[in-house]
Every structure is written in structure tokens, then in C-alpha cells.
Ligand binder design. Structure first.
Ligand SMILES: Cc1ncc(COP(=O)(O)O)c(C=O)c1O
Length: 438
């Protein structure tokens, strides 16, 4: 660090931003980026940070991976746009083939391309409605699926996301997510025998949401914005049984957890189920705007004109995404995510033993959260302490952010080395101990 952030250039930019940019954005802290490479960020005042955040979980192959940049540069010499919604080009077809291969399920698939996560979810909602002719959905408390009005109807992690935006899509019923550290039913796994799944059947579908009207259950395999909450082993297998019982589709939102983040291509693979529809965005194209909705071919049976978006499947984003997939395969990044992730989890478990304010440590691969509490006995959430940890890390050169009510999330690029992990964790561990002392 050459100056305590925010430095003078950062402060000046933030002032201009305040005057011009929509105040609806959430800014974690005044980090103003000048450049980035691999796992390192540089701010406008010359400070360097280890990126434990991957640009909001979008840079799984690191910043400016040469193969991604090379693919984009050569596409720039050919053409930038020709509306895949109305004409054809090979970049979009090549990518669809690769996505079909890496997504769970060896059945035939079709892919819809949009520009963002929320659009991937919109397409999943609409295609499942179209196919089933059903109009109801099941979603989960604390879910985050995006902010356009359809996806927002499923988002339920903070009141500010929905306040004054009603009416939303009708027919979405939220049920408790399997958050075992704070079980909404005050039960314990495995003695609970997955009551949270039976609850959906016995208390929702058999009471007031007629199952033959339910098109799909939309879920995150690991809740992201909701606090990096990992469902217990066996959970999604039980949920799938329930869905099959009523002929309800399963829509898997892998927008944050997918593209290798958890050490598998898609997080739901940890539970071994094959969803009917998978939503992908964020890390799919290493920072270029792209969203994909991958469905069983038999389900994505809507007709020409029923859904489209001018820029969806933009060729620049498609070639970037194809390169991302090649890099994850070629550089064995799933393996590295597992290896570095297990190491981080182990160190955080030790930190949890040493510190009363680290209540829970959880995650898979490099999607890791540490829940900060007032103390282990009461488990009272400590959002101010989590924020203080985040701010101090940032001031010392670790770009890390919070999620949920009081969790700190650790999501570096999948390319991260042990040396950088150690350097980052040393600071994080020291900061947690300081905040606990105060
Ligand atoms: C699980 C999940 N779904 C959907 C979205 C929405 O994605 P976007 O911001 O690209 O619309 C996000 C974004 O954080 C997400 O984490």
C-alpha cells in the first residue's frame, strides 16, 4: 500500500460519481480500480490489493487472462455484433455446444443467451411457464436471483430490494432455505430428516399451493448474497424427489456458484442431481456481459418470437466465454479451486476455534463464507463487526466483501496460488483477531 485508501484520486472520482451515477448501487468501499491482472488489483492511487472477491465473483480465470483477451481481440477484427436473435453466427453455436457439455445431465439441451444473471433467470421463468402451462413457482427465503421484475419476485434476501416495487409476479411462494447453522425450524441435521423438504409438501403443496399449478422450484445450490449458505448432504436429492412427485421442474441458479467456483463445473454436482434448467452468468465470460439459460431440449420448446434480446449472445462475450471454458479445463482450475479451497477452509476452522466471533465457516471449493457473530453461545449476528473486518482488510490490501447478514466471503480467482492465499489469510486472520479484541 502506498497511501491509506481512499487516496486523493479515489476520493475525487467518488465525488464525481456521486453527482452522476444512480444512487441505487451498493458500494462496499471506495475502491477505484485503475487496472488489474491475474489476482491483483491496482487502484488509481497506486495501491495494490489481492482480489479475494473476483469482481463480484466474475473473474474465475483471473483478470485479463491472456487467452480470453486474445480471443476478444481477434473477434474485434472480425465483427462486433449481428443480433443472434435475428441472424446466425458460429460463435454462439460453438459456445452453446460447450455449455451443453459441461452442464449436468447427458441429455439433449438448448441454450438461450441473454446479457446478465437476471436475464438468465427471466428466461428460465418464462420457458418453464411456456412449457408447463403452469403459473406458480416455489422459491426460497434469503434467495437472490436478480432485480428485473420477474427475477425480483423470487429474490428475498433484503427488504430494500423489493420496497416500493410491488406488484411483482404473482404466484411465487417462498419456503425456508436449508440454513442449518440457523435452522428456521430450530431443528438439527441429520435428526431433522429434511423436515424443510417435507414442509414444502405437507404445509405448502398439500395446503394452499396446488402442485399441479407449480411450474418449477427455483433454487441456488449454495446461497450467495444470502450469506454463502451450504445445504446439507442429501438435501437436493430429497428436493428432486419432491419435484418428481408432482412433475415440477427444477431450475438451478448457478449464476454465482457455477463455472468452476466450487471445484465442480456447477455446484449442484456436489449433490449429484440433474436440474431441468441451469442459469449461468457472472464468471461465464470473464467480465463481459453474458447470461445463459441451459435447459433440457424437450423443455425449451417455445416458439419464434416468444423470447429474445438484441445483444444476447454477443460474439465478443461468446468467444470470451469459450476461452474461459478452455482455460478452466486446460489449467485444471477445478482441481486448484478444490485444493486451495480446502486449505482456506482448514485455516478458517482454526481461526474459528481461536476466535469467539467466528461462528460458522462453510463453503465448497473457492466459495467460502465465515459468519461473524457477537459470540458463539448466542450466535447473534454481528453485521458491524463483519463490516469492520471487511474495511480493515481493504485498507491493508485485501479486497474482500461481506454477504448475508454478517458473513465475510472469500472468493478469489480459481487461478490463485498458495503464496497469495497465505498472504491474504495472514491479513484476514490478524484483522479478525483485532476486531474481536475491540
Ligand atoms: C445467484 C444469483 N442469481 C442472479 C444474480 C443476478 O445477476 P445479475 O446481477 O448479473 O443480474 C446474482 C447476482 O449477484 C446471483 O448471485
Amino acid at each position: 500500500m502506498v497511501v491509506t485508501p481512499p487516496g486523493p484520486r479515489a476520493r475525487a472520482l467518488v465525488e464525481k460519481d456521486k453527482a452522476l451515477i444512480s444512487p441505487s448501487y451498493v458500494r462496499f468501499y471506495p475502491l477505484v480500480i485503475e487496472s488489474a491482472k491475474g489476482c491483483i488489483l491496482r487502484d488509481v492511487d497506486g495501491n495494490e490489493y489481492i482480489d479475494f472477491n473476483s469482481g463480484l465473483v466474475c473473474l474465475n480465470v483471473g483478470h485479463l487472462h491472456p487467452k480470453v483477451v486474445g480471443a476478444v481481440k481477434s473477434q474485434c477484427d472480425r465483427f462486433l455484433h449481428y443480433s443472434n436473435t435475428d441472424f446466425y453466427y458460429r460463435e454462439v453455436v460453438d459456445l452453446a455446444g460447450k455449455l451443453s457439455e459441461i452442464t449436468p445431465g447427458r441429455f439433449e439441451k438448448k441454450v438461450y443467451f441473454g446479457n446478465s444473471g437476471t436475464e438468465a433467470v427471466e428466461a428460465a421463468i418464462k420457458t418453464s411457464k411456456w412449457h408447463t402451462r403452469r403459473h406458480r413457482f416455489i422459491a426460497f427465503t434469503s434467495a437472490f436471483h436478480g432485480r428485473t421484475l420477474g427475477a425480483l419476485s423470487f429474490t428475498a434476501s433484503k427488504p430494500v430490494q423489493r420496497r416500493y416495487f410491488f406488484p411483482l409476479l404473482s404466484g411465487v411462494t417462498h419456503v425456508p432455505y436449508p440454513y442449518c447453522y440457523r435452522c428456521p425450524f430450530k431443528l438439527s441435521y441429520p435428526d431433522c430428516d429434511y423436515w424443510c423438504v417435507d414442509f414444502i409438501d405437507e404445509m405448502v403443496l398439500q395446503k394452499y399451493v396446488p402442485p399441479e399449478e407449480v411450474a418449477a422450484i427455483l433454487f441456488e445450490p449454495i446461497q450467495g448474497e444470502g450469506g454463502y449458505v451450504v445445504p446439507p448432504a442429501g438435501y437436493f436429492q430429497r428436493l428432486k424427489k419432491l419435484a418428481d412427485k408432482y412433475g415440477v421442474l427444477l431450475i438451478d441458479d448457478e449464476i454465482q456458484a457455477g463455472m468452476g467456483r466450487t471445484g465442480r463445473w456447477f455446484a449442484v454436482e456436489h449433490w449429484g442431481i440433474e436440474p431441468d434448467i441451469v442459469c449461468i452468468a457472472k464468471a461465464i465470460a470473464s467480465g463481459l456481459p453474458l447470461g445463459a439459460t441451459v435447459a433440457r431440449a424437450s423443455i425449451m420448446d417455445w416458439v419464434g418470437g416468444s423470447h429474445a434480446s438484441t445483444f444476447g449472445g454477443n460474439p465478443l462475450a461468446c468467444v470470451a466465454s469459450s476461452a474461459v471454458i478452455d482455460v478452466i479445463k486446460g489449467e485444471k482450475l477445478l482441481e486448484n479451486a478444490t485444493k486451495q479451497g480446502n486449505y482456506i477452509l482448514k485455516r478458517l476452522e482454526t481461526l474459528k476455534e481461536d476466535c469467539n466471533i467466528v461462528g460458522d465457516v462453510r463453503g465448497k471449493g473457492l466459495m467460502i463464507g465465515a459468519e461473524i457473530v457477537e459470540d458463539k453461545e448466542t450466535r447473534k449476528a454481528a453485521p458491524e463487526k463483519a463490516k469492520e473486518i471487511m474495511m480493515r482488510c481493504w485498507r491493508r490490501g485485501i479486497a474482500v466483501i461481506t454477504c448475508g447478514v454478517s458473513a465475510v466471503r472469500i472468493v478469489p480467482p480459481l487461478t490463485i496460488t498458495r503464496e497469495l492465499v497465505d498472504a491474504g489469510l495472514e491479513i484476514l486472520e490478524a484483522v479478525v483477531k483485532e476486531v474481536e479484541k475491540q
